[in-house]
Design a protein around this ligand. Structure first.
Ligand code: F6P
Length: 495
């Protein structure tokens, strides 16, 4: 038996920090799994289902994940779950904490979303350097090691393709090249915004340059929008003096040519249609339908970038300006707990809860609670809410894409109106048929909420139809195909 036959699935490798599932044990001691968090998981799920030979490498998060990781590292086989091939990587817990809670999420996330209050923060120093050297770098190296190990166990089948995802893994291209040289095609997809060069300059030199140099060791660097791709090209030019061609989307650095491309990520509409019909969702719909009045919905991770507090202030303002709407609408805010070990996030969650209490106290009646805050992690309940909203609020300060806007629109059965931040990546595609808002302008958002709630049926139907058509014209399939076509073109060009 050849090595290829023992491991025929290793030619397309997807690498991301968060995997599609996380494992646990139930009360009877049996192994169970639940869905990983965030929109990236939705998209990569669809991608790896399409390419059944793909192996998805992700971090072991729970204790049971670590057990799964140990089992697979002993056998060298990927783990199959719901038709996906998954290989979990075990990390040193302290290093992971430094990478996730001290470097990637507070620092890179806040820099790339422009969320700092610059007169006060960030305050960088030796702790930042430690998080980089003892956290971010070793975790990225561990990932590269896992990829190299997998590929070495299956040397046949042509040049492998390694698709690395997101800001937790910026240094993986560098470590992969150290191990594999040019023998693999490497792309890195950045799923969050890329700032203008002056925004990137907040980072200390060793991070600022280290990350850019690693990204320029990939063959393709990908983003969700043309705007982010352009900002990246400018940053490479200004930070490293790289030769760039903005029009062609090319950066030349140290003898290499890197293609910088926008691929707006999407969803698999069929998956959401099926989910919408599933027993579990039908059961959950009763809860959603029992809420009084029209349904105003938001579904987000509890994240600073999502602009949750201004959303409540806008609703508060709308009720103040239009008291006749009291009791006629309920705001269901489904906020999935996220990154709670990071002080900025814990503080934000506290302010969110306090704001909900204040707005409710101001406007509630005996039979009506203006905002229903729901913070449990229940995807089926979210899909039930997607089906039934009259108005969906997506008012992010900045957002790479925001897949909720796409998932919810496809599942919705009520010609719901989408209110969409002009600073969400999804706005490039969906803005025309949504009500656009400036995420910082509370009165504008209040007006949009009111307009959406009283919008005539024919206009709702027209907008909902156009949104659906737009989403269906660029599904996850097109997203994957566009990348694979460019990979083929790049290889042909390189030969
Ligand atoms: O797309 C942004 C992203 O940070 C993904 O990388 C991540 O999987 C998701 O959102 C959820 O965040 P986290 O993995 O930190 O819970």
């Amino acid at each position: 038996m050849t090595e290829r036959e023992t491991n025929p699935d290793a030619r397309l490798v997807i690498v991301s920090n968060r995997g599609s599932v996380t494992f646990s044990r139930n009360d009877s001691g049996e192994r169970e799994h639940s869905r990983g968090a965030g929109g990236l998981v939705t998209a990569l799920n669809a991608l790896s289902r399409q390419r059944s030979e793909a192996v998805w490498i992700a971090s072991a998060q729970s204790d049971e994940d670590v057990r799964v990781a140990k089992e697979t590292s002993e056998t060298g086989e990927s783990h199959e779950v719901e038709g996906l091939r998954i290989l979990l990587v075990e990390h040193d817990a302290d290093a992971y904490d430094l990478m996730y809670n001290h470097l990637a999420n507070p620092l890179l996330w806040l820099v790339q979303h422009g969320l700092y209050d610059l007169p006060y923060s960030p305050a960088l120093g030796h702790e930042t350097r430690r998080a980089w050297e003892e956290g971010y770098l070793p975790i990225n190296e561990n990932f590269a090691e896992a990829v190299a190990h997998l590929l070495e166990s299956s040397s046949e089948g042509g040049e492998p393709i390694v698709l690395v995802h997101d800001y937790q893994l910026y240094m993986v291209p560098h470590f992969l090249r150290e191990r594999l040289g040019k023998s693999a095609f490497v792309s890195l997809f950045v799923h969050i915004p890329w700032p203008e060069p002056e925004g990137w300059r907040i980072l200390p030199g060793y991070i600022r340059e280290g990350i850019l140099k690693s990204l320029l060791e990939a063959d393709i660097v990908a983003f969700h929008t043309k705007g982010y791709a352009r900002s990246f090209i400018r940053t490479a030019h200004e930070t490293l003096g790289a030769e760039v061609d903005e029009e062609e989307g090319v950066v030349k650095y140290e003898g290499r040519e890197v293609w910088v491309r926008p691929y707006p990520i999407s969803i698999d509409p069929n998956e959401f249609e099926e989910l919408a019909r599933s027993e579990e969702v039908l059961e959950q719909e009763e809860t959603v339908k029992s809420l009084p009045g029209k349904l105003l919905l938001r579904v987000d991770r509890m994240d600073l970038s999502k602009n949750i507090i201004r959303g409540f202030h806008a609703y508060d303002r709308m009720l103040e300006l239009h008291p006749e709407m009291k009791g006629e609408v309920t705001f269901l805010a489904r906020l999935q707990p996220s990154r709670g070990d990071i002080p900025e996030y814990a503080k934000y969650a506290g302010v969110v809860e306090k704001t909900v209490q204040e707005v409710n106290q101001r406007h509630a009646s005996e039979s009506w609670e203006p905002i229903v805050l729901s913070m449990e992690d229940d995807f089926m309940l979210s899909v039930a809410a997607y089906k039934n909203y009259d108005v969906l609020l997506v008012n992010a300060v900045r957002d790479g894409m925001n897949l909720i806007a796409k998932e919810a629109v496809v599942a919705n059965e009520k010609n719901g109106v989408l209110i969409l931040s002009e600073s969400a990546g999804a706005h490039e595609e969906l803005g025309e048929h949504a009500l656009t808002v400036n995420p910082f302008d509370i009165d504008e958002q209040a007006d949009a909420l009111y307009d959406a709630l009283i919008m005539p049926d024919d206009e709702r139907a027209r907008r909902a139809k156009s949104l659906q058509e737009t989403i269906r014209s660029n599904t996850i399939e097109e997203w994957a195909e566009a990348q694979l076509e460019d990979i083929a073109a790049y290889r042909e060009w390189g030969d």
